[in-house]
Write a protein that binds this ligand. Structure first.
Ligand SMILES: *Cc1c(COP(=O)(O)O)cnc(C)c1O
Length: 221
């Protein structure tokens, strides 16, 4: 069941703050996605390749699909024709694979670097050092078929909003450091993807311009 009233409110909030809303539809049926599509939503986020590809086939062409979950290198080829933005670059190996497959398709692929910002142990994400290295390789021309469009991060699942705020702020600071520094001539570096159902307001306060919201729109999973 989609939460129409919540969607309207969130749409207004995103308009007011110039934030892009990614409706996270993972595990939810195609009918729910169509309902939201009919209300005007065009950007949807999935965390599994097969699910994204299956759903993409059942929605209109102008639906924009974002991959927000960990991407295995052996699934890159399958997802590239359908995906508008990959939020979850968490290794150089993955970026190399995307470069290779995008080259074969003669296509440019937009991605975000996923940074590990949570204090709790999380499986996926780049450290600052890894991200620095990757960005340097990018500047040096190692990835001609890739556009690094920004950064993504997930804060700790914590009740303590000051911890969450601090993590968002760290990501924002790094984003600005790159944007105003080594990537300043790369105008397409302009997305800061942070904030989910429980913390999107805080994330936007801290400078997010893309939020990934699931349960608030589609109900609990
Ligand atoms: C599931 C998921 C979300 C959405 O989470 P909700 O709490 O349902 O809003 C956002 N980002 C990522 C990476 C996710 O996996």
């Amino acid at each position: 069941m989609i939460q129409e009233k919540k969607f309207r409110e969130l749409q207004q909030f995103c308009n007011d703050h110039e934030v892009i809303l990614v409706a996270v539809s993972k595990t939810k049926p195609v009918e729910d996605i169509k309902s939201l599509y009919d209300l005007g939503q065009r950007v949807f986020g999935e965390n599994k390749v097969q699910e994204l590809v299956d759903k993409a086939a059942q929605l209109p062409e102008d639906t924009e699909w974002h991959l927000i979950g960990h991407l295995q290198t052996n699934k890159v080829k399958q997802v590239l024709p359908h995906v508008h933005l990959i939020h979850s670059i968490d290794s150089i190996r993955l970026l190399n694979e995307i470069e290779k497959e995008a080259g074969k398709l003669n296509k440019k692929v937009s991605v975000l670097l996923q940074l590990k910002i949570a204090s709790e142990d999380t499986k996926y994400g780049l450290s600052r050092e890894e991200a620095d290295k990757l960005v340097q390789d990018y500047i040096d021309g190692a990835f001609p078929h890739i556009i690094i469009s920004g950064l993504m991060g997930m804060a700790s699942f914590s009740e303590n909003m000051e911890i969450v705020r601090k993590e968002f702020r760290q990501l924002k600071d790094y984003y600005l450091l790159l944007k105003l520094g080594v990537l300043s001539i790369h105008k397409s570096f302009n997305i800061l993807s942070m904030g989910m159902s429980g913390d999107f307001k805080l994330a936007v306060e801290e400078g997010s311009n893309m939020i990934r919201v699931g349960s608030l729109l589609f109900g609990e999973r």
